[in-house]
Structure formats: C-alpha cells, structure tokens
Design a binder for this molecule. Structure first.
Ligand SMILES: O=c1[nH]c(=O)c2[nH]c(=O)[nH]c2[nH]1
Length: 278
C-alpha cells in the first residue's frame, strides 16, 4: 500500500476589490469578492516543500487588483474569464484555474454617492481546465414572497405525518441560482437581467401546488428567456410562515398574522436542462 497525494488546488480566497470608474464628476462603482483556486504541477510543494512551481497566493491577490485597474470590470463573468485565462496561460506549471466572484449591488444616490442594495448578490464562476472553459452565472439571496396562490396537499401521510393540508398559504424563498453558459462568449449582463426577470415573473405568476412546481417553472422560464444557457440549478429554501392563532386573544381566525420561522426549513433543489446540449 502507498499513501499518495490526491487532487489539490490552492489560491487566494475572498479578495475584496472595489473599482471606481470616473466619468467627469459622475462615478460608478463595482464591488466584488474574488476567490481564485489554481491547480497544476504542484506535487513537489506538497511532497518536499519545493515551491519552484508555486505562484504565491499573494501574487494572485495583486493580480486581481492590477487587472481591475488595467482592464476595468466589464462583468463578473468577463473579469473571472480574464483572470482564469491569465493564470493558466502565463505560468507553465498552472494548468487549471477556478475563479469565483460575488458582486454586491449598490444603488446610486448621486453622482458619487451610493447605498448598498440589500437584494440579491450576483455570482459568477469560471473554470479553465483540460477539457475546456466553463462559465457559470447566477445569483444568491433573491428573497421572494407570494402571500397567496400557494397550496400544499395530497402528500404522503405516514404515522409521523402531522402537517395539515392547506389550500392557501404564504410561499416564500431566497433564490440561489447558478446557470451554465453554452459557450464562454455571451452578453453576460443581458443574460443576468433576463434570467433574474424571468425567475421573478415565474415565481409571481405561477399558481403553486408545491415549491418543486415553482422551481421547475422558474428554471424553464430562464432557459426560454436565455438561449445562451445550457442549464440552471436552483436551491430554494421554503421559508415557512405559520399562521398565529389569535382566537385565544378574543380575535377572529382570519389568517392575517404569521410567524416567520427561521429553521428548520424545507430545501428544494433541482436543475432544469436543455436536453439537446451536453
Ligand atoms: O412546497 C412544498 N414542498 C414540500 O415538499 C413540502 N414539505 C412540507 O412539509 N411542506 C412542503 N411544501
């Protein structure tokens, strides 16, 4: 029996970079959290401590800042592509790169003033590896709620089932979505806008008999709106809202007050794919 080194990668995680672009007195900002992970001919550093093949994580962080300055940030996907291609093409020992980016949204208050937007965080991931380059876009934390048009009934009842069937409930979730581009060439910003709008429209427009049904409707709407996408993966926490019984206080039973429960929560996950794309 031999003990050997398995798959490995290394990089600088969570470099926070804020890029200011000045157009006269009007400024724009892009606020990113960039994580780089590189792989390649890295056995020596693990087995003997010989670092001749290692591009320091400190250099990776500096490259993020330098590229933000030199090239600007067209979109999180484009910036991730730029970095991943740079690391794999400039260093012989580095053959794979994964760059993950979160973009935090800001709202404009004035020519050079902004307020942090609490809504969804945009995400991007680029993987450059032997078989080719893959680009993923997405978002996380898009919190949506329908106060009606949601039912849940007809489910399995076993000896442990206590859940009552309901023909009218609150349906709420915080969307975590990740979509895969068919090729690395696309209008990433346009796809982001269309995908986000399609998810919101499908969530609000679907009369829902389960969050699973809503998940499929949302994924299908995104693929219909975005021909550049091969696949979308969705993670939808079911943010339960339980009716508070106010009758002990001498009040009527109409369901108007809810307890927004924190945990546990149902977690509905699924992907929706185009069946003619690999
Ligand atoms: O939309 C739902 N799907 C479920 O699978 C489920 N399970 C549950 O308890 N409530 C719900 N709601």
């Amino acid at each position: 029996m031999a003990i050997v080194l398995g798959p490995n990668r290394y990089g600088k995680a969570e470099t926070r970079v804020v890029r200011v672009t000045r157009d006269g007195g009007t400024h724009s900002i892009t606020d990113l959290n960039v994580s780089v992970a590189l792989s390649g001919d890295l056995a020596d550093t693990h087995l003997t401590g010989d670092n001749a093949n290692v591009l320091p994580t400190d250099t990776q962080k500096n490259t993020v800042y330098a590229f933000a300055k030199q090239h600007g940030i067209a979109s999180p996907e484009a910036f991730a592509l730029l970095l991943a291609r740079h690391f794999t093409s400039s260093q012989e020992t580095i053959t794979g790169a994964r760059v993950e980016i979160e973009e935090y949204p800001w709202n404009r208050l004035g020519p050079h003033s902004f307020s942090r937007d609490g809504s969804a965080v945009r995400t991007a991931e680029v993987v450059v590896a032997e078989p080719g380059t893959e680009v993923f876009g997405g978002l996380t934390g898009l919190t949506l709620l329908n106060s009606t048009d949601s039912e849940f009934s007809g489910f399995i009842r076993d000896p442990y089932t206590t859940l009552a069937e309901t023909s009218d409930r609150i349906l709420a979730t915080a969307v975590d979505a990740r979509w895969r581009f068919i090729t690395p060439e696309a209008d990433f910003d346009a796809v982001f806008g269309r995908a986000r709008a399609a998810m919101i429209e499908a969530f609000t427009g679907t009369y829902s008999y389960s969050l699973q049904q809503t998940l499929f409707a949302m994924g299908k709407a995104v693929l219909e709106a975005c021909p550049d996408l091969a696949e979308i993966r969705l993670r939808l926490p079911n943010k339960h809202h339980f009716v508070v019984d106010c009758t002990p206080y001498g009040l009527d039973a109409a369901p108007e007050v809810f307890h927004a429960d924190d945990r546990p929560y149902g977690l509905i996950e699924g992907s929706v794919v185009r069946d003619d794309v690999s």
